[in-house]
Design a protein around this ligand. Sequence first.
Ligand code: FAD
Length: 512
Amino acid sequence: MELFWHRRDLRVADNVGLAAAAGAGDGDTSEDADQGPAAPVFVFDPDVLDHASDVRVRRLLDGLAALREAYRERGSDLIVAHGDPEALLPRLAEVLGAERVVWNRDYSGLARERDAGVRRALDAAGVAREAHHDAVLHDPDAIRTNAGDPYSVYSYYWKKWTDRAKDDPLSAPTGAALAAADRLTDAVDAIDGTDAGDATVADAGVDALPVATVGDLPTPADLGFAEPDADVGPAGTAAARERLSDFLDEAVFAYEAERDYPAEDATSRLSTFLKYGEIGVREAYAATEEAMAEAASDARPDDAPEQVEEFQQQLAWREFYTQVLFHNPEVVTANYKEYEEGIDWRDDPDEIAAWKRGETGYPIVDAGMRQLREEAFMHNRVRMIVASFLTKDLLADWRHGYDHFRERLADHDTANDNGGWQWAASTGTDAQPYFRIFNPMTQGERYDPDAEYITAYVPELRGVEPDLIHEWHELSPTQRANAAPAYPAPIVDHSERREEALAMYKRARGED
Ligand code: FAD
């Protein structure tokens, strides 16, 4: 028997650790395979919940419900535990008679600290343990410069990433390789209030929640969270596969050409599924390779393979930022690239609040911030625009933006979110140079020419001519009042703020 600890890998298929625990990695799922049935567990860890948000708790619970269903279809179930994994996992292993606890690595700094504690607790309890690389195609140490250093420039990283052989997807374990539901129930019945090293398991529990149950998921309120206002979208492997296959049927062949246009349904919308590990990255990549093979067929335009490759490049960005965070865990709060004199951010609370509400008077910025509020998602081009606006028009520290995204995005991923923000703020690895400052009006005009995206999220501007929307900052108060009386005037003057931002960065560079 093996205990498999799910974390950010809420799926049964293409799951390296689970396949190893179930003895299914080599396709041998027979009952007399070397390794016995796997028992799956998810732990609600109060330390992790301390960093969660309403949106992400809702989305996590939906993902867990789908995972539980996948186990039930296989005659098994999911153990759901509440408390400190250091106390819970050794005790669960004991009551289940599990010889080993297996999990997939999580590369962020906090997760690594937690895992080190769990390793020590398991060692002390005499329970074996095994951690696998699963979340990315190439683990964060696998791709280094010829001098042996981690990469800080994406284009070089990508060259090595794309040339490297990729593992094939793994199949899901069959029912025979999983612990039967009644065996899991017997085990959790035995667990309450028993000793687990220094702490008792009951001590480790979240107040008023059972230490461990089979299949019973808490509500957000049980965990101290509210139902979010945003619609967090579908969850689970089946939904992820459907989204991927729809995208690869058609949209991927125009991905490079259309991915920057937020009104188009031109991107995969896989980020939240990837964040919770509801689809394996080997499976997703293998599907893109099939699309690539199809792209070479006569039926597709000549540039179709490049369009698919552009999509693969985004999967590589995810892995690039994963390795940036792995090698530099301090970037969660610190600038990757420190300026000599430090950046003297303006940080005006009223301006930051208007940005969060989507009431800056810059239509594309406001549309993005409102999409975030409504859908717990924002299109990539618009993320870049709103991040540039916060840092280089409002001159606000990128950490305000990162914290807001962390609270509101369903796909919040420490590595990608931080990478995106530090890119926009010109403090990151491969960042936008400080003097590249997006003009929010021309960005809106170029990427949303008919103001379709803008008016989808900013109802005050519906019925207003796109030309007027894109010239909003140049209109007189009377023109604005006639066109859309409920929509605010720009809270800042972009040209003035651009100059102030340049001066701020120059001072930081010691060029004053
Ligand atoms: P697609 O265009 O279909 O891309 C496919 C996948 O590639 C994505 O699902 C994602 O996993 C990955 N990817 C795409 N672009 C990037 C990128 N620039 N960096 C890293 N990975 C990428 N992405 C997150 O997953 N979580 C975040 O918290 C996050 N925060 C961001 C914050 C800012 C300020 C910026 C500028 C970007 C951020 N991104 C983040 C990257 C990107 O915006 C989203 O991954 C993308 O919009 C998700 O939509 P999609 O799945 O349709 O992407």
